[in-house]
Design a protein around this ligand. Structure first.
Ligand SMILES: [Zn+2]
Length: 257
């Protein structure tokens, strides 16, 4: 028994240990971003959450977690503030699509047949799907679960979280650096949350269409798109537990592993 027997992190394994475990379960690929998340959260929020969900699910359902992608598809004004914020550093959709495609192709060549892509950044979703679509065009029998974590949260868990928030649930694109992301970080990495800097904010208007360049009044100055003061570590724990359970059950239900 060595220390690495317990790890699910691919990067901590030797190539032989990786090879020994290829048939033991899926390989998880966490994909995040480097994006502003208001004055109270670090740039790594989307990546941290994706990694934690992937690792906890792998401990429950089996499998290994590939090294995460720290850069995501270009941040958009209505769901993260866009590139106007200093420090937000993104890659184009085509770059992300190729990165995901290259990584999956290499792992598939090694013999990995089941992949769980855990997405933490709203804008990544369709670049990831396109990468997988193109991979499968080669007629392979590889199988994929692609999950953006917020989609795994049930209405019955989401309801009470926003019950006492004036305005209720605003939609996930507008929840950027808001109640749930702040709650998850308070639970997972309180050392990275500046609690004194937590604010409620939002843009003064949300037109039902996209304007480019984005007018200033459609982006909140703070970078917080919703009411982050309603965040708690307890909410973060509840969200995380459900998301991990739903994802572990999905792997079992879809693939019977
Ligand atoms: Zn985020």
């Amino acid at each position: 028994m060595t220390e690495t027997d317990d790890t699910v992190r691919m990067e901590e394994l030797t190539w032989q240990a990786f090879e020994d475990r290829i048939d033991d379960g899926p390989v998880f690929v966490p994909i995040g971003s480097t994006e502003q998340h208001g004055p109270h959260l670090p740039l790594s929020v989307d990546t941290v959450i994706a990694i934690e969900i992937a690792e906890r699910t792998a401990h429950e359902a089996g499998g290994m977690v590939a090294p995460p992608l720290h850069y995501g598809y270009t941040s958009q004004p209505g769901s993260g503030g866009g590139p106007e914020f200093v420090a937000t550093t993104s890659v184009h959709g085509d770059t992300l699509r190729r990165q995901v495609g290259n990584i999956v192709a290499d792992l598939a060549r090694d013999g990995v047949r089941e992949f769980v892509i855990v997405n933490g950044h709203f804008e990544n979703e369709y670049a990831i799907r396109e990468a997988i679509d193109r991979h499968l065009e080669n007629g392979l029998d590889d199988r994929f679960v692609i999950a953006s974590w917020w989609d795994l949260l049930s209405a019955s868990t989401r309801g009470p979280i926003f019950e006492n928030v004036p305005g209720g649930f605003p939609g996930w694109e507008a929840e950027h650096a808001g109640v749930v992301e702040t709650s998850l970080m308070l639970y997972l990495r309180p050392d990275l949350v500046d609690e004194d800097a937590i604010v409620d904010d939002g843009s003064s208007r949300n037109p039902p269409y996209v304007l480019k360049p984005a007018p200033e009044d459609t982006i909140p100055d703070s970078g917080v798109f919703y009411k982050a003061t309603h965040a708690t570590a307890e909410t973060g724990e509840r969200v995380l537990m459900e998301v991990v359970e739903v994802l572990a059950n999905a792997i079992e239900d879809e693939w019977g592993t």
